[in-house]
Design a protein around this ligand. Structure first.
Ligand code: ADP
Length: 290
């Protein structure tokens, strides 16, 4: 299994939304990390054949996917960001409906839907209407429908938006349990979602693939740029205004600031070990300040 993007570019008139994005993915879990507007959804839409790129090619096992879209679609599972559920359908009815849309044989579909609902922990509520489901339950149903054709490539666009921390943990565990021998790509702007489950993180910044690597490798690239400093109350506003602040903690002696900076930001600042959260701020400081 090898999914390759070669110089994928997307333009709207003169606006470049994706700029020569190239990468090769083997089975594993990949986190596509980027601020809002960095091009994640556009990239996924192109990958899934919902939208056409301006230039570039996509190959799967060396075959051009767009010259035979049916074949690629049959091994692809997709959970879009704006996935619409039918609130009056039950979970089971919805799954059977998706199976029918995908042309899955009726007898097999029932067995497969039950199996998947069990896998995502919705077996007990399969006959309940979706409008009664929590956000986490809906997302798990979204994954189940994306898995209906046992895809080799699974694409999840911002799958954890709106989930509470407990649901998020459950979701992450679910993805890990699914991911063996699959290429799973999930986009997010929530660092902790990819920190634990992604084998590799792809950083997309303003339509360009800025960097890729395991979380620890990426974090090492900003070694020396993260500082902690105790700042007295009367200087706090000035320091905060001048730097990218990753954290603030008030203590009796002053405020402990965690600062992202290429240079030593204050006289008493000390270098600390960077985290992925710091890395995100380092890459997306302009985007987050907007
Ligand atoms: P993300 O998913 O990372 O938030 P998107 O792929 O949704 O990013 O959007 C990337 C950029 O493309 C944004 O700046 C957005 O405004 C722009 N964009 C998306 N659709 C259109 C469109 N139809 N016309 C012009 N610009 C668009």
């Amino acid at each position: 299994m090898l999914l390759e993007l070669h110089n994928i570019t997307k333009k709207y008139d003169d606006t470049v939304v994706l700029d020569h994005v190239s990468f090769r993915l083997k089975p594993g879990v990949y986190g596509l990390l980027g601020a809002n507007g960095s091009g994640k959804t556009t990239l996924f839409r192109i990958l899934c054949g919902v939208m056409k790129q301006t230039a570039g090619t996509i190959t799967y096992n060396h075959d051009d996917v767009q010259s035979n879209p049916g074949a690629f679609r049959s091994i692809l599972g997709f959970l879009p960001q704006d996935f619409s559920y039918y609130p009056d359908f039950t979970g089971m009815k919805f799954m059977l409906y998706i199976a029918a849309l995908k042309g899955i044989n009726k007898n097999f579909a029932k067995k497969r839907c039950l199996e998947l609902l069990k896998l995502v922990g919705l077996e007990d509520v399969k006959h309940k209407k979706i409008k009664k489901y929590s956000g986490g339950m809906k997302q798990r149903l979204g994954i189940a429908q994306a898995m209906i054709n046992d895809p080799e490539v699974l694409i999840l666009d911002e799958p954890t938006v709106g989930l509470d921390p407990k649901e998020r943990v459950r979701f992450r565990n679910l993805i890990s349990s699914f991911s063996e021998n699959k290429i799973v790509i999930l986009s997010t702007h929530i660092v902790s979602d990819v920190e634990y489950i992604a084998d590799e993180i792809l950083v997309l910044k303003q339509g360009k693939l800025e960097n890729r690597g395991a979380s620890s490798e990426l974090v090492n690239t900003i070694q020396g740029y993260v500082w902690e400093s105790i700042v007295e109350k009367n200087r706090l506003d000035e320091v905060v205004a001048k730097h990218v602040i990753s954290n603030q903690k008030h203590e009796a002696t002053g405020t402990v600031l965690r600062i992202i900076s290429n240079e030593k930001p204050t006289h008493n600042a000390e270098q600390v070990q960077p985290t992925l959260e710091d890395l995100y701020l380092y890459y997306f400081r302009e985007d987050t300040e907007k």
